[in-house]
Design a protein around this ligand. Structure first.
Ligand code: NI
Length: 261
């Protein structure tokens, strides 16, 4: 059983979704919201499909439109048993640094929400790794679980995050020819700290780069990690699925044949 720990299924048409669901029948997806509208769609998908769980949050690129009631609505949604985390939240300085302070405030506000509801936190960090690190440092020793999604930093920085108990979401970028840093992170850091993800419909792995990503391509990510780690792909899948089950507290048990693999 594969777990795609990060995808945006709200960006698929009904026909596309049908194909995804048929190919992911025996697998699990964690769907991430990015604003009030997509958070509602995440809840709908969770209600419709047994093997979909949700993570809800306000993404840093969405904060211009954020309203006070969006946070109230999130608190209600967090009571659903299918909502297993807060995300994707974080910092993104790629397009603008002008709203840095607002981004930080909204990031921190949602970490506090996660703390209140004892939820893991799925983080988006683009061109903001140091500020992300500084904020997480404020929560050192508080038993919060952070997942740094699509990590693209250095090995050295990864080690600093590991000291804070952070896990890394590894996705399609690891299959790219120019993904030197991510490959080095996967080769160097222990499997203990990794989860698999696709970020569908973005960051499509090779050999499908340039087309719309799908959750079932998570298998290609697993294969690449296995190659870099020189270990059987079954082991990569088993280890990372177990991480997802324990971090997001998914009510799933791997069956015996998978455990023995
Ligand atoms: Ni994402």
């Amino acid at each position: 059983m594969l777990v795609d720990t990060h995808c945006h299924l709200d960006e698929y048409s009904d026909d596309e979704l049908e194909i995804v669901m048929s190919r992911m029948k025996n697998h699990v997806m964690i769907v991430c919201g990015v604003n009030a509208f997509t958070n509602r769609r995440v809840l709908q998908l969770c209600d419709t499909y047994n093997n979909i769980y949700g993570v809800i949050g306000i993404h840093p690129e969405e904060i211009a439109q954020v309203k006070e009631e969006d946070f109230d609505e999130m608190e209600v949604m967090l009571k659903s048993s299918k909502v297993v985390g807060i995300g994707e939240i974080g910092l993104d300085y790629h397009y603008t640094k002008e709203n840095m302070e607002k981004q930080k405030a909204i990031f921190i506000r949602q970490i506090e929400l996660a703390k209140k509801y004892r939820m893991p936190i799925v983080i988006h960090s683009r061109e903001a790794i140091q500020d992300t690190y500084d904020i997480l440092c404020q929560y050192r020793g508080q038993n919060l679980q952070f997942i740094l999604h699509a990590y693209s930093g250095s090995v050295e920085m990864a080690k600093k995050f590991i000291d804070l108990g952070v896990k890394f979401g590894i996705g399609g970028v690891v299959t790219f020819k120019n993904a030197g840093r991510v490959k080095e992170v996967v080769e160097t850091i222990s499997m203990d700290h990794f989860l698999l993800e696709t970020d569908s419909p973005y960051l499509t792995p090779e050999p499908y780069r340039g087309t719309k990503n799908k959750p079932y391509y998570v298998k290609l990510v697993a294969e690449k990690v296995a190659e870099l780690k020189r270990m059987p792909v079954e082991d990569v899948i088993k280890i990372t699925s177990n991480h997802a089950i324990s971090i997001f507290r998914l009510p799933i048990k791997l069956n015996r044949s998978e455990e023995n693999k």
